[in-house]
Ligand binder design. Structure first.
Ligand code: GLA
Length: 354
């Protein structure tokens, strides 16, 4: 059944608009996006699709294929700490923008897992904003939609994320990567070379961005930036670089990660353009080491998976996303993809391919 048919079955009429948005995997560039640095995410095949319609009441109805039952919330409701907050936050923003007001009937069809670090929330918020803009007959620019989607996370949800996820799900296409400068939002789309395969594997360890550890890293970066006298920790002058050694041990390590990760990401974009797999893979592996040891955002389970991935023939492997669980992204030569993935998943019960 199509998305529109499913909406009709549930709500008994046609939606005013629909939208389909992919999840994303970050290939390299972790926690650089709120520090003025570079990121290199790519769209994944899994998508969030939404259909919606204003319903003329003051109650919003939400039904998703990922969760049981229909949930009703008063329109304009505040955050209450469950997954429907992302929908309510997007509708709050759509109302502020004058795109959609009052109660809404909303249907969500998604195969993007949540709590996996593949941006299910950015995809859901973006899809709702796009459908809301269409309902209002507004041709919304994708970069503006990404900024609006980020403000839902920052202001409604209270998650101090950067803009990587919203730009990635809004602008990236499967088969290519988005080399994004988060300082000025300029970007370049780079085709993933045909002999490369990025496989995304869920560790089985669920992560929650809202659980405070992401925020703690965000605040440490802010403190380091403030002590060094900058608002972009990724972009230090040579004098500021030297002053990194005067920071406390924790802040020094956080600064080391984001400054080196920014450079690795720029180099990785060049390596991808040059189809230089050796260099790209090496940068992924250095990125994981830095993310685990200097940023201290990995877990023993994830480290073990990364090590086994490399020992069993992957060229690059690293924890991807906000940290503390979720997925690893693995770079393979394309001819190894199927056998390698099957064997890896068999060796690690509880893991699964995203
Ligand atoms: C999450 C955030 C992003 C980014 C990554 C880490 O996905 O939403 O803004 O900071 O973590 O790179």
């Amino acid at each position: 059944m199509s998305l529109l048919d499913k909406f009709m079955t549930i709500y008994g009429r046609a939606p005013t608009a629909s939208a389909s948005v992919p999840g994303r995997v970050n290939l390299i560039g972790e926690h650089t996006d709120y520090n003025g640095g570079a990121v290199l995410p790519a769209a994944i095949e899994r998508r969030v699709e939404v259909a919606l319609s204003p319903n003329g009441s003051f109650t919003t109805s939400i039904q998703s294929t990922r969760f049981n039952g229909r949930i009703e919330r008063p329109s304009g409701d505040q955050k209450r700490n469950d997954w429907t907050d992302y929908a309510m936050g997007a509708l709050w923003k759509a109302d502020k923008l004058g795109w959609l007001s009052g109660g809404v009937d909303l249907f969500i069809d998604s195969d993007v897992p949540d709590g996996a670090g593949v941006s299910s929330s950015a995809a859901l918020i973006t899809a709702i904003l796009r459908a809301a803009a269409e309902t209002a007959g507004v041709g919304a620019d994708p970069v503006d939609v990404a900024k609006h989607a980020r403000s839902v996370e920052n202001e409604y949800i209270g998650m101090p994320c950067g803009i990587m996820d919203q730009m990635a799900v809004g602008l990236a296409r499967p088969g290519s990567a988005l080399a994004l400068n988060t300082r000025d939002l300029s970007f370049e789309v780079i085709d993933i070379p045909s002999g490369w395969r990025f496989v995304v594997i869920h560790s089985g360890v669920r992560r929650e961005l809202a659980d405070g550890r992401y925020k703690a890293r965000f605040e440490e970066c802010q403190n380091a930036a403030e002590a060094l006298g900058t608002d972009a920790l990724c972009l230090l002058s040579s004098a500021q670089q030297e002053a990194v050694d005067t920071l406390t041990d924790t802040l020094r390590k956080r600064a080391l990660h984001v400054t080196s990760e920014h450079l690795r990401t720029l180099q990785a974009s060049s390596a991808m353009k040059a189809s230089d797999l050796d260099t790209f893979a090496r940068l992924m592996n250095e990125s994981h080491r830095s993310y685990a040891e200097d940023f201290e955002a990995s877990t023993p389970e994830i480290d073990a998976l990364v090590t086994d991935a490399l020992d069993s023939g992957a060229r690059g492997a690293r924890l991807t996303g906000g940290g503390f669980g979720g997925c690893i992204v693995v770079l393979l030569e394309s001819h190894l993809e199927q056998d390698w993935t099957t064997a890896f998943l068999n060796r690690h019960p509880g893991t699964w391919q995203v």
